[in-house]
Write a protein that binds this ligand. Structure first.
Ligand code: PMP
Length: 404
């Protein structure tokens, strides 16, 4: 088996065989580690097993793998050059597109990963305010740098010392957190909804979103939305735009370029000057191919109403799963937006039922995740979801047989 062979070889030359949250040892036993290819809403692992994919590469693949318009744009740019002495015209075109699309964006800066963007957004906020502290929700994930990694390994307490935690959706807790560091809050950083791993997701209370905006205004701090995970799957204008709440800064990445590596911070005019003062750069931050892919991805989402397609597929999946769970005698919770869903089993505190079920789903050609939210893409058709539901139904039956 190729996957097993690659794992054995990797164990000798890669720390732990694989490091970080993609280590297949963290999932149910049947999860493949290595993948060979993707097409539309399908992926094939190193052993050639085919899956209907509900992880979308942990978010980036929003239009489906190898989307023709994105691939053509990337190939056109690649034929001219990718990593040049400076950015191409495409950087300006992409920034113009974001400024045009996102009401809270008067400018955009680019980098590579979501962590670059959240870190850069906080640097802009600190440069603008001259303050130190950042309010963040307890348990929220904002990236893997020392200031935000959920694991203390390799970091010092000092690196997190400027964070003050609050409880998501509790305005009282947010106000209390702000009061403990009165006069020194540079930013409130918040995800558009609560999507912590291992837990049911929680949509934002509109009153909390509005309250966070009002508090930031009152204390002169920047409101930063971390839209790295949710961006381009809820509302192309920004995930709190439906609530009428506009951030000062937004961090974007994942779905921005259908899998090509790019991230962005967008911000308001008031923060343009401070943004300009940062020393914030990277050797590959200005490569042109991902920028061309980002332009094509965002334009395609806009022109084809890609979010509506994801919503239809996500609603079909959610309805189907509820009906199947009921038929097999399981009580399940499905939480978060339908385009970024998650399923948990009632009373499954140690996730053993979820582990068993997701493992069975894999054997029936459906790739989803036992403790991290899933992602829909615009490539998931009604037929694909119907086919996936056949697999999940068989998995519910096997899980019922196993647990009795
Ligand atoms: N913020 C959020 C909300 C995320 O979901 C992630 C990635 N899972 C990040 C930041 C960090 O992004 P990256 O892994 O690209 O650095």
């Amino acid at each position: 088996m190729k996957d097993a062979d690659l794992r054995a070889r990797a164990a000798k030359v890669v720390p732990g065989g694989m490091y970080g949250h993609l280590n297949a040892a963290l999932f149910a036993p049947g999860f493949p580690q290595f993948f060979e290819r993707g097409e539309g809403c399908r992926q094939w692992d190193a052993d050639g097993r085919e899956y209907i994919d509900f992880m979308c590469s942990w978010g980036p693949v929003v239009l489906g793998h190898r989307h023709p318009r994105v691939e053509a744009a990337a190939a056109r740019q690649a034929a001219l050059g990718d990593c040049l002495n400076g950015p191409g015209a495409v950087m300006v075109e992409l920034a113009e597109l974001l400024v045009d699309l996102i009401p809270s964006a008067d400018w955009a800066m680019f980098s590579k990963n979501g962590t670059d963007a959240t870190t850069q957004a906080l640097m802009v906020a600190r440069a603008a305010t001259g303050r130190t502290k950042v309010l963040m929700a307890h348990g929220a994930y904002h990236g893997a740098d020392p200031w935000c990694t959920p694991s203390p390994a390799g970091t010092t307490p000092n690196e997190r010392a400027d964070l003050v935690e609050f409880t998501y959706n509790s305005l009282e807790s947010l106000e209390a957190a702000a009061a403990t560091v009165e006069g020194d809050v540079a930013a409130i950083i918040v995800t558009p909804f609560k999507h912590d791993s291992f837990e049911d997701q929680e949509l934002v209370e509109p009153a909390f979103a509005r309250g966070a905006r009002a508090l930031a205004d009152r204390i002169g701090a920047a409101l930063v939305i971390d839209d790295v995970r949710a961006g381009f799957r809820i509302d192309l204008r920004g995930s709190w735009e439906p609530y009428g709440v506009r951030p000062d800064l937004t961090a974007w990445s994942k779905a921005m370029a259908n899998g090509y590596p790019i991230a962005a911070v967008t911000g308001t005019d008031a923060l343009r000057g401070p943004a300009q003062t940062l020393y914030s750069t990277g050797s590959f931050w200005f490569s042109a191919v991902p920028m061309a892919a980002a332009r094509a991805t965002i334009e395609t989402l806009r022109d084809t109403d890609g979010i509506a397609a994801m919503e239809r597929a996500g609603a079909q999946l959610r309805e189907g799963l509820y009906a199947q769970a009921k038929a097999h005698g399981f009580v399940i919770n499905q939480t978060g937006p339908v385009t970024i869903p998650w399923l948990s089993f009632d009373g499954d505190a140690d996730l053993s039922v979820a582990m068993h079920w997701s493992d069975a789903c894999l054997r029936h050609g459906v790739y989803l995740h036992p403790w991290h939210n899933w992602f829909l893409s615009a490539a998931h058709t009604e037929q694909d979801v119907a086919r996936a539901l056949e697999g999940t139904d068989a998995a519910f039956a096997e899980t019922r047989a196993h647990f009795g």
